[in-house]
Design a binder for this molecule. Sequence first.
Ligand SMILES: [Zn+2]
Length: 376
Amino acid sequence: MGLPEVYCSVCGASFGNPYDSLVDDPNTAYLVQGHTNHDFEVSKTRPPDIRNADVTFQWLHDAQLFGIPSSLETSEELKPVVYADMPAYKRTDEHPAFFGDPYCHYGEGNVFHLGGRTYPTHYPINNGDILFAMHSNCANIIKRVFVAKQDGVIAKDGLPTLRAYYDKLRQQCPGYVDEWWNIYWPHEYYGACDYWGYDEWEYAKGCQKFLVDPLHDKNLTAFVLEVLKPAQPREEAPLLLSKTSNRRTSGLDSLPTEIIDQVVALLPTASALSLRLVSSTFATRIQLTQRFFREQLLGGNLVPYLWDLDVKACRDMQQGVPEGEDPDWYWDWRQLTRYLNDVASIVEHDPDSSGIPRGFWNRCRLWLTVVEAEVW
Ligand SMILES: [Zn+2]
């Protein structure tokens, strides 16, 4: 592969298997024993922290370009990546879109091939617009951040729109500098590109965490259930949530608690909290209990980067309580939510010593870089 000249605008890794150039090098052969084209197969001779099977590189091959549609020299073949939960694409649009179809792949220098044409990236094209190269999975995380903002799951402050994020990327991209095209993030989360030597990925303990697929982590559910502990002290069900309450009410206030619970579980947390302000009855019936945090968390309303959490496994776990305990109040979902919501704290921990799954750690790193892009 040699020294990459373009790094992903989001994660800092290059495009392709970083060990491609090492296959024939006897000095580093231990790193690539069992190497196939895309996957890094398990080998007992590898250093311990890359022995796990979660280090696969297929996702590093899948690229997309991010830019303003109206500035692209388009062909009929060029199609945007359409996300059902984002605004419809228009070819003349001044709002940025992701392009990856037909297959987008890295050429050389700063050039990517896409839809029968070649496009320079990280360098001003028409009207000073810039196309940014990124992995498809990193683009997907950007999309998820702005859908979470759009849906009110996270605050809109900072960079409120995808366009604002694009403008920030453009501001951080000075074009051709120091023999490569790059984004100059001053934050330390960019990470991956620091491990490139002159012509190879330089192995250093812990560096593999930057290369683990951030979109899919099969270890996430087990980790979350490990963090979930019994509440201390145990909570009691508030009397006002009692199903047998026969207090006289009217209108919305008269809805059964079960219906209110179901409605609240479907709302973004900010909306659920606003609903508490509607009336004193709602304020008492929508309590910030373990049940509230559990339903908000499992409904995806509280922590928007748990998309591959196995909700059924979590509910099964919830039911497994010692005899005499109420499953609704036994577990500390509030504490779990507090832990998972602190994305900066998760990123500060080393996944290999903390037990945080590396894919989830990498996801949190990238989420942080997008959410906080305005401050860098
Ligand atoms: Zn990336």
